[in-house]
Design a protein around this ligand. Structure first.
Ligand SMILES: [Zn+2]
Length: 387
């Protein structure tokens, strides 16, 4: 029998069978204890909860996260806190959570911790289905390669483009471990960016007002767009070139006319988005930067079609304003003075609410009285501030 330099312990079994402990990175330990005294194993007794343990929830994890002023990646790799989450899976989890691996853990709020847990469960579930991740040395006991490496978003992908925002994946070191992340999707936590969105006529403007009342700046994508139509000649001309002079009236572009063209024509809608989104994005980022320079801790970006426009990467957390279907239809009929059929058509032209709920981190139900919505908002706001 020949051994390699990474074979650290060999058990010789009956019939000249060898059981070899092979460990390239020397992360493992071995302990001998007497039979029935397994609880004395130091390495087992101090292990934290596994990611698929139903008791691994924010009640469990949040106190650990708040206790230490360590990079969040270091906390998640600490096997005394969470067991079985290795370097690859922590990188992938933090990418999906939109959290920079170096961010100091005790600055995170409970919604971000919930997002970490959700993301970690998704990553681990998917990796198990695909038989693990084969990068250099891992093979399953059956000698089969895993397939999760084909679905990695950041780990080992330095220099490649982020699937969400197109920025270049970077590599750094955190706690001595090679760490991969997207600098745009995973910003440093000096400014918490809340994405505010909702179904049509669910009452998003109420929540926007409540944030303003708390002194949080709100960047309104619709306002930016309407303002750019007046001030940005390049964007204006591009719209007229593509949609024709009939789109203009005495005051500029007729938004109602433009709206009715793109409403019934998905291709035209896509074209209009391609023309306008880059300009709106530049302006939004400028405003975010100016608030960051002023030292703001939280800012809201109010984007009605955040998911449809695939802009959720801009926000650390997404707040969805929701209402039951009937309330939504009635509010829309009143707001736009339209009949029931037309209201339903407008609602179904957007991404359905069930999908939006799944993609959001915080859902505020605005079906009831304003005072009820205000109460739930206050509770959410307290948790967002985290301190
Ligand atoms: Zn990105």
């Amino acid at each position: 029998m020949e051994f390699t330099k990474h074979d650290h312990v060999v058990f010789v079994l009956d019939g000249s069978i060898y059981l070899t402990y092979h460990d390239v990175r020397k992360f493992g330990t071995m302990e001998l204890v007497e039979k029935h005294k397994e609880e004395e194993l130091s390495s087992i007794s101090i292990l934290g909860k596994e990611i698929n343990d139903p008791n691994l929830n924010s009640d469990y994890l949040y106190p650990y996260v708040k206790k230490a002023a360590r990079p969040i990646k270091t906390v998640l790799l600490d096997q005394n806190i969470v067991s079985g989450l290795g370097n690859i899976y922590v990188d992938e989890t933090l990418y999906l959570s939109k959290i920079n691996p170096k961010n100091i853990s005790n600055k995170l709020n409970i919604y971000q911790v919930e997002k970490i847990i959700r993301s970690a469960k998704n990553v681990i579930d998917r990796a198990i289905i695909l038989g693990g991740t084969t990068i250099r040395t891992y093979q399953s006991s059956l000698g089969v390669d895993g397939r999760f490496q084909n679905e990695l978003n950041v780990h080992t992908l330095v220099g490649e483009s982020c699937k969400a925002c197109g920025d270049t994946i970077l590599k750094t070191r955190v706690g001595g471990r090679g760490t991969y992340y997207c600098p745009t999707c995973q910003r440093e936590n000096d400014l918490l960016i809340i994405g505010l969105t909702g179904g049509i006529a669910t009452g998003k403007s109420l929540i926007s007002e409540l944030f303003k009342k708390k002194g949080v700046p709100v960047i309104d994508a619709d306002k930016i767009y309407k303002n750019l139509l007046k001030t940005n000649k390049i964007m204006y001309n591009e719209i007229v070139e593509n949609f024709g002079f009939a789109i203009e009236n005495n005051e500029g572009i007729d938004l109602k006319k433009l709206g009715s063209i793109v409403f019934s024509n998905p291709e035209k809608r896509l074209l209009l988005n391609e023309i306008t989104h880059p300009h709106v994005l530049v302006e939004m980022n400028n405003e975010i930067d100016s608030y960051r320079k002023k030292g703001e801790k939280m800012v809201v970006i109010d984007v009605p079609l955040l998911f449809e426009a695939k802009l959720e990467y801009l926000a650390d957390l997404v707040v969805l304003v929701d209402s039951d279907n009937e309330t939504q239809i009635e509010r829309l009929m009143t707001r736009d003075s339209i009949n029931r059929e037309r209201a339903i058509a407008k609602i179904t032209s957007q991404l359905d609410m069930e999908t939006k709920r799944k993609m959001s981190d915080i859902v505020i139900d605005n079906s009831g009285l304003v005072s009820e919505t205000e109460n739930s908002f206050n509770e959410i706001f307290r948790k967002l501030r985290s301190d």
